[in-house]
Write a protein that binds this ligand. Structure first.
Ligand SMILES: *Cc1c(COP(=O)(O)O)cnc(C)c1O
Length: 378
């Protein structure tokens, strides 16, 4: 371990902050908290809002519910707009709802998820941000699972607070939440009277100016995150975004090829996680158990009201074509175990065909991102 009050840590946090500013495309502050992503969401609320502030909160999945609980716990008056799970928050809906929030008593801020990981939807943040900008509201975004994998320009799009976390697309272990703060967000901080101690972002900023953190950070996760960022810089953020987009597209084609219906609206399907329904009369928990116990393959199920009803396969971070091929191989065996009619190779073939179609020139299988693949597995 290195001393978190010493020179090695100082250069680590400085380099890490700069690298994150590059990927997130912001000149604003990037603060690193020792917490999971939810800690970052809590910090976003506690540092920019005041007691009884009205906010407009869009909920299209379990993480939207979490934002709602955090607002409630802090005494923020969140007007919640629910969107069916599996569908995206559309910019027109945001515009219509904001029209009801004009004037002094209107909502101070808009809160939503960027990627709603629980359903596999990517909300069209760029277009939504434009609408929120026009209305002059603060924009607070949970991009925990989307940042680092999808197109994102924090400053250009006018995002005031954006939260992400080390264990998602950054491909590092859990333990560090990353929070961006725009100059407007700092103005909101000044009028915020919500309680904050461990998550006081002003203290985090003051410490960062001395290249430190206010309390003991998860040093080992900081080190891992820096390794991730080095690998990401080698691949380049544009290539990373394309890889996620193409793998997700091909994954959806593979899922349909084995006869399973996609869950999320294809027009807003997440590049990070693909959700689909299990075969009729099969509980997704059973399918997931067979994948794990018989084929050493870990996928997730539904959360909250979707428990037992969907399967979610993650393809974010240092994921390559062979990783997804082995997922389809395991899925085909599992479906056969469940007495479903699946030809061996059916999903794999459709996945590879779609990936070929999406990428020009065709991929050299197994060599898509050699360095990241081997390092991520070690
Ligand atoms: C993972 C995730 C979170 C935070 O989860 P933690 O377990 O607290 O890291 C929040 N929002 C979204 C969209 C997520 O995917």
């Amino acid at each position: 371990m290195i001393n978190h009050r010493g020179p090695e840590f100082a250069s680590l946090i400085a380099a890490l902050t700069r690298a994150l500013q590059d990927v997130l495309k912001t000149q604003g502050d990037v603060l690193l908290l020792t917490a999971s992503g939810s800690g970052g969401m809590e910090a976003a609320v506690a540092n920019t809002l005041a007691r009884n502030d009205k906010v407009l909160l869009f909920v299209n999945g379990a993480f939207g519910e979490r934002f709602h609980s955090i607002c409630r716990a802090y005494g923020v008056d969140a007007r919640r707009v629910d969107v069916p799970w599996g569908r995206a928050v559309e910019p027109d809906l945001v515009r219509d709802e904001l029209a009801k929030e004009k004037g002094k008593d209107g909502a101070k801020a808009v809160l939503l998820q960027h990627g709603e990981t629980s359903t596999g939807v990517l909300n069209p943040l760029k277009e939504i941000a434009e609408v929120v900008r026009d209305a002059g509201k603060l924009l607070i975004v949970d991009s925990v699972s989307a940042a680092g994998a999808v197109e994102l320009e924090v400053d250009q799009w006018g995002i005031d607070v954006l939260v992400t976390a080390s264990q998602k697309a950054w491909g590092a272990p859990p333990g560090v939440a990353i929070v961006t703060m725009s100059p407007r967000a700092w103005k909101a901080y000044d009028r915020s009277d919500l309680p904050k101690a461990y998550f006081d972002l002003q203290q985090a900023k003051a410490s960062l100016e001395k290249a430190q953190t206010p309390t003991t950070p998860a040093v080992s996760v900081f080190i891992a995150l820096q390794e991730s960022l080095k690998l990401m810089a080698e691949e380049g953020i544009d290539a990373i975004v394309r890889r996620h987009r193409d793998l997700a597209y091909a994954t959806r084609r593979g899922v349909q090829a084995v006869g399973l219906p996609l869950f999320a609206d294809e027009a807003h399907a997440s590049p990070c996680v693909t959700s689909f329904r299990p075969p009729t009369r099969v509980d997704s928990r059973n399918l997931i158990r067979i994948l794990r116990e018989s084929y050493d393959t870990i996928v997730a199920g539904g959360q909250g009201r979707l428990e037992g009803q969907i399967v979610r396969v993650g393809h974010m971070g240092f994921v390559t074509v062979p990783d997804v091929v082995s997922f389809f191989s395991a899925l085909e065996f599992t479906l056969r175990d469940l007495h479903q009619a699946v030809e061996p190779g059916q999903g794999i073939a459709a996945f590879l065909r779609a990936y070929d179609e999406a990428t020009q020139p065709p991929p050299k299988i197994g060599r898509t991102a050699p360095k990241t693949a081997t390092l991520a597995r070690r």
